[in-house]
Design a protein around this ligand. Structure first.
Ligand code: NAD
Length: 257
């Protein structure tokens, strides 16, 4: 028996590193998964990998209202309702100190990472209420609880979604909707390689990653390790968890290695 038998999950950023790992894990636990992403090519591959009997995709820009309504409607039409939503799509943007950060870049990162989560909550929560409740997991970051130089837009966005999560947890409780964040430290995905490249750090030695030395466990996390926490919070295992900030960070928030 799977932990998500009979459940339907929406996963935004579902074609990316963490989202696709969650899609595979959730499907292996019995869920039907609707993967939502802006990258259609990658979506197609991920759905083929999971299997069309359990997975479908919707191409959408999560910062767009009509696209959000469309991916929510498509999920209800295809699978009959929504029980779990991973609001996980995000971008790192261009790294720059505040004085050099173009306003357009700040706005873009907030549009995807914050407005995208707001819209997801706004249109998913009513559908979940109709189902009698559910669980929403928002992907924040260790950058949601502390600063990283050169990443003002990203850091702001990941703090902001904790505020959205807490508000949604309070508002959703009467309809049995639980809402939490997961907060990863560096995870081995495209995004982390982009951040390393923008910082001029070496990316060739995969066994000795440059920012691992700041992590007490001395390595990057794997997308599957984040997906396992999402599964805990998304399933009945997390039935008394709402309004929480859940670190999955190899000890980063405890202190520097
Ligand atoms: P990723 O780049 O592999 O995945 C992000 C996905 O989001 C991509 O598939 C991308 O196409 C999609 N996306 C981007 N803009 C979108 C938009 N406007 N509409 C729809 N989809 C869009 O990176 P990832 O590491 O899997 O990131 C997933 C989440 O985890 C992000 O919110 C990220 O901020 C967060 N996170 C990542 C790390 C890390 O180290 N990788 C650490 C902490 C938090």
């Amino acid at each position: 028996m799977g932990k998500l038998d009979g459940k339907v999950a929406i996963i935004t950023g579902g074609a990316g590193g963490i989202g696709s790992a969650a899609g595979r894990l959730f499907a292996s636990e019995g869920a039907k998964v609707m993967l939502v992403d802006i990258d259609e090519e990658a979506l197609r591959k991920t759905v083929a990998d999971i299997g069309e009997d359990q997975a479908a995709y919707a191409t959408a820009d999560v910062s767009d209202t009509a696209d959000t309504q469309a991916y929510v409607d498509a999920t209800v039409q295809r699978f009959g309702g929504i029980d779990v939503a991973l609001l996980n799509a995000g971008i790192e943007g261009k790294l720059d100190k505040i004085a050099e950060m173009p306003e357009t870049m700040f706005d873009k990162v907030l549009a995807v990472n914050v407005r995208g989560v707001f819209l997801g909550l706004k249109y998913v929560m009513p559908a979940m209420s109709q189902r009698g409740g559910g669980s929403i997991v928002i992907t924040s970051s260790t950058a949601g609880i502390r600063a990283v130089g050169g990443m003002s837009a990203y850091v702001t966005s990941k703090h902001a979604v904790i505020g959205l999560m807490r508000t949604a947890a309070v508002e959703g409780a009467e309809n049995d909707i639980r809402v939490n964040t997961v907060n990863p430290s560096p995870i081995d995905t495209r995004m982390m390689t982009s951040i390393e490249e923008q910082r001029g750090l070496p990316t060739d030695d995969r066994s000795n990653r440059p920012m691992a030395k700041f992590t007490p466990l001395r390595r990057y996390g794997e997308p599957e390790e984040v997906a396992k926490l999402m599964l805990f919070l998304g399933s009945e295992d997390g039935s008394f968890c709402t309004g929480g900030v859940y670190m999955v960070d190899g000890g980063v928030s405890a202190g520097r290695a």
